[in-house]
Design a protein around this ligand. Structure first.
Ligand code: FO1
Length: 314
């Protein structure tokens, strides 16, 4: 099994490349649920849906989230009724949230529902939430404590972030299937997602961090920061707010107690010596996932760094 710690858009694109070079059934995506929230009485799981819909080939490729060709009739009517419409939920997208909410209410776990949805959409990759319990990520800002999605989407990252509060609803246990999958991992990959609010919530689950740090499997990360900037999202201000340098070196620092290696972009080659000096093997390559060839090449480079190059059919 190749276990991949995943957030949203960047992780989903990486997983597309990985699933194209190894059997999808050998991949276990452990997905962040810190962005989950209740909206319109529905359980919304942004990262689970981004990963699932991307791998199902139905994602809206321009946005990186939502379903291609979706309509917004329901959102328009919700607006007419005075309901909040800052978080755009398309009509097809809403089917996912309606189904998930009904199944959770019937007593299914978030893991069960994530598995039912990915199978229904024909996805071979195992998709498992980091936990079946609420684990909301909040940001402490000059406008008070906000749910991450309120900060990121409603306030468009304008508030100044003083701190990030992971697992804001209390202690979080790993989803039941995760520890057995981790014990059988041939490699553990930290996908190019936001180290603070996408990967951070996963590694903040003590049993997961311990299992990963003590795993015999190689643990390699891909830096989501290229040339001191994030390809997508608020990684730079959030890394600064938790005292991390918003560079590929800062990413290596964030994961220093769990990773053996890291893949960084060509533009950050000058940082390789400093990262290597910290005992982290560094592979410098093109990490910008423009299309499938680049996604597959990045996945291959990552497996190579993990010493599993032999696993991939040429
Ligand atoms: N991101 C936005 O910037 N604006 C939106 O209206 C929005 C809606 C949305 C609906 C479903 C979904 O699965 C994701 C959605 N996202 C939206 C993306 C989301 O805010 C972030 O990309 C992830 O939570 C971070 O990885």
């Amino acid at each position: 099994m190749i276990v991949v710690l995943a957030g949203g858009v960047g992780a989903a694109r990486f997983l597309e490349g990985l699933a194209a070079i190894v059997a999808p059934e050998r991949i276990v995506a452990v997905v962040n649920t810190g962005d989950d929230m209740i909206m319109h009485g529905l359980h919304i799981s942004p990262d689970l849906d981004i990963v699932t819909c991307t791998l199902a080939g139905v994602i809206d490729r321009d946005q990186g989230w939502g379903i291609a060709g979706d309509t917004d009739e329901c959102m328009r009517w919700l607006g007419r009724l005075g309901a909040p419409t800052w978080f755009k939920l398309g009509d097809r997208d809403l089917a996912l949230h309606i189904y998930r909410t009904a199944r959770l209410r019937a007593g299914a776990t978030l893991s069960h529902v994530a598995d039912e949805i990915r199978r229904a959409l024909g996805v071979g990759v195992n998709i498992i939430p980091m936990s079946d319990e609420p684990a909301p990520t909040h940001v402490i800002t000059d406008q008070g404590e906000l749910h991450f999605e309120e900060y990121f989407v409603r306030e468009r990252c304008q508030p100044t972030v003083h701190a990030v509060r992971l697992h804001a609803a209390g202690p979080v246990r790993p989803a039941p299937e995760l520890l057995p999958f981790l014990s059988r991992a041939e490699a553990i990959i930290i996908a190019p997602s936001n180290p603070v609010v996408s990967i951070g919530p996963i590694l903040a689950i003590a049993e997961l961090r311990t299992a990963i740090a003590s795993s015999h499997a190689p643990v390699v990360a891909i830096s989501p920061i290229v040339g001191g900037a994030a390809i997508k999202g608020p990684a730079v201000p959030l890394m600064r707010s938790v005292g991390l340098e918003p560079t590929a070196l800062g990413v290596a620092e964030a994961y220093i107690d769990v990773i053996d290696g890291i893949v960084i972009d060509n533009v950050d080659a000058h940082l390789a010596p400093a990262i290597e000096a910290r005992g982290i093997k560094t592979l410098v390559t093109d990490t910008i996932m423009r299309g499938m060839p680049e996604k597959m090449a990045l996945a291959r480079a990552t497996l190579e760094l993990a010493g599993l190059a032999a696993m991939t059919p040429h």
